[in-house]
Ligand binder design. Sequence first.
Ligand code: HEL
Length: 419
Amino acid sequence: MPLTSHRRLAVSAALIASLAAGVVPATSAFAAPAPATTAATTPAVPAPDMDGVTAALNAAMANGAPGAMARFTGPEGVRSRAVGVQDRVTNAPMDIRSRFRIGSVSKTFSTVVLLQLVQEGRLELDAPVNTYLPGLLPDDRITVRHLLTHRSGLADYTNAMFADTVPGFESVRNRVFSYQELVDLSLSEPRTTEPGVSYKYSNANFVVVGMLIEKLTGKPVSDAYQRRVLKPLKLRDTSYVHPDARITGPHARGYLHPDEPGGALVDSTEQTVSWAQSAGAVISSPADLNTFISALTRGRLLSPAMMEAMTSVTPTDTTNTRFYGLGLRRYDLSCGTRVYGHTGTVQGFYTYAFATRDGRRSLSAMANTSNRGAANTALGGTLEAAFCGKKPAAAASRAAVGDSAVTSLPAERDLPERG
Ligand code: HEL
């Protein structure tokens, strides 16, 4: 159900009132509840607009991506599209079976592992991080939930690390950091918020999540991913190989745009991703991402209570269409459909992996470039096309001239953040 302007006003009023009270409540205060449906009234699910998906992929290419691809799963089966090349030297076409770096979609994998440990009674969401990692953080008020919701106030050390895009990347592409070194980098900067007070995205949070997983399981995070997610779901293209810098098997090469306009693309395929680790170093493929995000939303990985916690969201910006739960984003699309998943940006690769709450429809999309926000925004257009289907002609032409807030939202770092 689209948000009417009346409802948007009501939602904004509720938001302003609660912010004035210093509270950022969970989602129900902000967005229209899902309409109650019965068998008789259940609206037809729109067929994916695969021409629209292709148009979004082509738009990513027009904005600087060498190639792009998307894979949709729904009641009618699988539909995929690929455009451009996955290797600028051999000119090999983009291949829907290829592996690539998924960046922060890794945060959802890490969250699933951590929430399984919560389910098993090995830690508590609202306990201080320092209970499990004594003395790690300078503030005993920072809880596990604050990490997973980006409300800890731990600074994102990657902003300084990648202030100059290519030199920053080259300075870390072969480095191997310990988790402690990454936490120290974060703590060398002022904290961004009091614990729990506002949303401020930071890779440091999910570095600490990795530390928690290793401390509680006594094993590397790769073992936990393998045992708890990859093996049960048979995700054979998905791996966590840190600090190995290669992507094994058939894969797309990644191309990083330099900051200088017109500068040559940098092949950034091989890197340790040690600067991110449990915050962003997973490798996967379109099919595996569809399987993962559908299995998650269908409840195959977590208990109903943990799914409820994971999908209880607060707004991340001022658009009231974007939200964050526990290591999980929610986007509210123009047709009223809500999709859950994550986005990823790692040098050379932009990724989207989202599914409807019932897991019956899912979309994964990738463009083999980065540091080119317009390409990322264009790639995000695959979500609207896939989940909302063909737009009526009038709406489509309005969107084409930029009269659609939802279809053309820029990537997260280009939007004002809501506290
Ligand atoms: S940033 C995000 C995205 N997340 C965060 C994380 C991830 N990725 C990073 O922190 C990488 C930052 C540098 C990326 C680099 C480029 O474009 O390749 N950019 C620069 O160096 C700019 N100077 C919030 C967008 C997410 O969607 O969650 O992934």
